[in-house]
Design a protein around this ligand. Structure first.
Ligand code: SF4
Length: 344
């Protein structure tokens, strides 16, 4: 079948496959017709791609090596963070709204409290001083509750025996880091590291904050994708700073005071992730990146009594794309058709 599709250069016995439009052996460039510049753009891309398969065959006494790229075209870059991964796994349609930068006008209360809490923690880590919040957006009760947590956090930090690690003269607090996927460089893994700290034995701790009423368990700390994700990126970045590896992972959770209990801060250590967990997460990132490239943004309704879904702040827009009152929508954005809309 190849006879139909190739022409042979008598000079070098290399051949141009007309179907795949690639040179079967590298062109000598000695005649103008066969210079790389004369190949189509696709052929040049294929030629430049290092991952190739080779096939050898003989035609009319001429030995031909046929080389073909494993990849037909370069993939679009996809940036993935732990939160975008979770959103894609929870509901790809919600990810779609976020990727279109459609935002609810009213900021989620839990997110607002979380941001303020993080700022207080950051202040304590940078200054070794307790933080106090006086944010006009909070009610008096919320302010008292956050301040109680910030005070307990300060006590925990001063007794922890940890100090922030430094990467290129910068304390590793709320540090944005990123690295390319080791098996697919078109995927860029990004995260904001809450804290990388070093203990009295010179061991490194990668720590993530968690807050809320639900208590984190040891099982959660040992399996949380977020920590695995951060370990993968951090270890890649830390090599430049001559730090070999992360020794420990941990969730530090903060609980607001309740009628029965005072505010509390609690650290749940977890061993560094092993090869199987790392490989599992890296495989998942490839699947999710492909789903994003293929625009597979289906709504993820639930089984049983949880369907139809009302799980997120996009609920009204998700039902009807014309119900835009509660959202900031960038100009020129085509809103995905609502699930309960008639499409003509
Ligand atoms: S309302 Fe439900 S289906 Fe719609 S985007 Fe939110 S989580 Fe997804």
């Amino acid at each position: 079948m190849f006879a139909l599709f190739y022409s042979i250069c008598t000079n070098t016995k290399s051949a141009l496959c007309r179907q795949a439009k690639i040179w079967m052996t590298r062109c000598c460039g000695s005649c103008p017709r066969k210079k790389m510049a004369h190949l189509s753009q696709t052929a040049q891309q294929l030629w430049a791609f290092p991952e190739t398969v080779q096939m050898k065959f003989e035609k009319d006494g001429v030995k031909i090596t046929w080389r073909k790229s494993m990849e037909k075209e370069k993939k679009a870059e996809v940036r993935l963070s732990p939160s975008s991964m979770i959103t894609m796994e929870t509901c790809a349609r919600q990810f779609w709204y976020k990727s279109l930068r459609i935002k609810p006008k009213e900021k989620d209360r839990k997110m607002l409290l979380g941001t303020i809490r993080h700022l207080g923690f950051e202040h304590t880590l940078r200054t070794d001083q307790p933080a106090a919040c006086a944010d006009a957006r909070l009610t008096e009760k919320e302010t008292q509750s956050i301040n109680a947590e910030l005070l307990v956090f300060y006590d925990w930090w001063m007794e922890s025996g940890l100090t922030p690690a430094y990467i290129h003269q910068t304390p590793a607090i709320e540090l944005k880091i990123e690295s390319r996927h080791p098996d697919d460089p078109s995927i860029i893994l990004v995260t904001r590291m809450d804290l990388l700290a070093v203990d009295e034995d010179d061991e490194y701790w990668l720590i993530d904050w968690k807050s809320g009423k639900t208590k984190a368990t040891q099982c959660f700390a040992d399996h949380a994708d977020q920590l695995t994700f951060m370990q993968i990126i951090a270890e890649d970045v830390l090599q430049e700073a001559s730090i070999d590896k992360i020794d420990h992972l941990a969730i530090v959770e903060s609980h607001p005071p309740s009628a029965q209990k005072n505010a509390a801060v609690n650290m749940i250590p977890s061993p560094r992730r092993g090869a199987a967990q790392v490989e599992d997460l890296l495989s998942k990132t490839r699947v999710i990146a492909d789903r994003i490239r293929n625009q597979e943004f289906f709504a993820t309704s639930r089984y049983g009594f949880n369907s139809p879904c009302n799980l997120c702040e996009y609920q009204s827009l998700c039902a009807n794309s014309k119900d835009t009152a509660g959202f900031h929508i960038p100009p020129g954005i085509n809103i995905p058709t609502g699930l309960f809309e008639e499409v003509s």
